[in-house]
Design a protein around this ligand. Structure first.
Ligand code: AMP
Length: 394
């Protein structure tokens, strides 16, 4: 039987804040990590992005922060700029929704240090960012870490891989002696455990199955067509939804180019990226997309791994992905940072089983819709005679 957030020892205002975000019951990693986190014990958690790990460590941190104090009380280390921003936004969102008044700032390398110095003057309770820059600011005595009670190392396997470990160790040394350390990692390798042992006190190891959650701010719909009508339907849907920024996913890398040129032929602002795009083309397409010069990006799964793009409002699946991980990665490109997103799948009959299986895997509803005269509306079974008439009219 699944537990509820209030059975994990969380305060009411945090639970209410989560509900405002559409989050009602804890994921597996949250169920296991939150009580241990609240107890102040060290944790090594095996968990990937998409399993709710961020809240697994943020909720105990929120519960323990003294907002009346001006000290930095938690440091969260992340390997990439994008992840750090995502965590920072999740903190802001939870702080606003729960009325906690917890302040956070992001401190990342290759970004103007002046602004970071200014943001530290605002007295954040949590600092999120890269080990290098945070250490630099500690050394400059601009970032005071001696009241830090909790340190999180997010994507621990990468932090260690990327030779960040010395920086991480140096940061830990500047904090309170009885601080709590939580390491989250996609896989708990021997290397992670060995390094963890040198940093932590009797860490609790938490493993979860690979059940992932889909961001609750995404709405999922699908349409059924014949294969040859897929592109026409796609164009109709683009015109009906007029997305600010959309990614169109297809299964086969070698069809990216042809799809892109067909859409471009119809006057749409579109570029494509695929696994073997050369670096320059890929960079340009992504820049144009990021800057809003083009509205649509056609991509294969491989090409879209780890893309750092803000403000994607719509995901179109011109083909239904062949496994649930890819569905998760695709739709995960939208509805970032608390915004809403729409995922539209264009399926032929034989792809419907996949859609059903993703509904089950993620416990989500993917609703069948139709489009007529530029309007999208819920699908309704047509009586036989109407079906025949519709066929004739085509
Ligand atoms: P993460 O694994 O931390 O990157 O989280 C992935 C997404 O899942 C985020 O958009 C969260 O808002 C969402 N999320 C986190 N916890 C839950 C939950 N218990 N139920 C539903 N969605 C969640």
């Amino acid at each position: 039987m699944e537990k509820l957030f209030n059975e994990l020892g969380l305060k009411e205002n945090l639970i209410e804040g989560l509900i405002k975000q559409g989050i009602e019951s804890p994921t597996e990693i949250q169920e296991k990590a939150i009580p241990i986190g609240l107890a102040g014990l060290d944790i090594i958690g095996e968990s990937e992005t998409g399993t709710g790990k961020t809240l697994a460590y943020l909720l105990p941190i929120f519960q323990k922060i003294d907002v009346t104090s001006k000290d930095i009380q938690a440091i969260i280390l992340a390997p990439t700029h994008e992840l750090a921003m995502q965590i920072h936004k999740q903190i802001e969102l939870l702080s606003a929704n729960s009325g906690s008044n917890v302040k956070s700032t992001s401190i990342i390398g290759n970004v103007n240090i002046k602004r970071q110095l200014e943001s530290l003057k605002e007295k954040p309770h949590i600092v999120v960012g890269s080990a290098g820059r945070i250490l630099e600011l500690i050394t400059m005595k601009k970032l005071k870490s001696h009241f830090v009670k909790t340190i999180v190392i997010d994507e621990g396997d990468r932090m260690i891989d990327e030779d960040n470990i010395e920086g991480v160790k140096s940061i830990i040394k500047t904090t309170l002696r009885d601080r709590q350390i939580m390491i989250f990692s996609a896989t708990i390798s021997l290397k992670v455990v060995e390094i963890a042992k040198t940093l932590m006190k009797d860490p609790e190891i938490i493993k979860v199955g690979d059940k992932s959650v889909v961001n609750p701010n995404i709405e999922h719909i699908y349409f059924v067509v014949e294969q040859r009508d897929k592109l026409t339907l796609l164009r109709k849907l683009i015109s009906a939804t007029n997305p600010e920024k959309a990614i169109i996913f297809i299964n086969k890398s070698d069809e990216v180019e042809i799809t892109t040129s067909k859409l471009s032929y119809h006057g749409l602002k579109v570029e494509g990226i695929h696994g073997s795009s050369d670096k320059e083309n890929r960079k340009k397409a992504l820049e144009d997309f990021n800057e809003g010069k083009i509205q649509l990006l056609v991509a294969s799964d491989l090409a879209a791994r780890g893309l750092d793009i803000a403000g994607v409002t719509h995901i179109f699946n011109l083909d239904i992905p062949e496994n649930s991980k890819d569905y998760l990665h695709r739709v995960g490109r939208t509805a970032r940072m608390g915004r809403r997103g729409l995922a539209l799948s264009i399926a032929v009959e034989r792809e419907l089983d996949l859609i059903k299986s993703y509904e089950k895997d993620f416990n989500i509803e993917i609703l069948q819709m139709d489009i007529a005269r530029g309007m999208i509306s819920p699908h309704r079974e047509m009586p036989q005679f109407e079906k025949r008439r519709a066929k004739k009219e085509k």
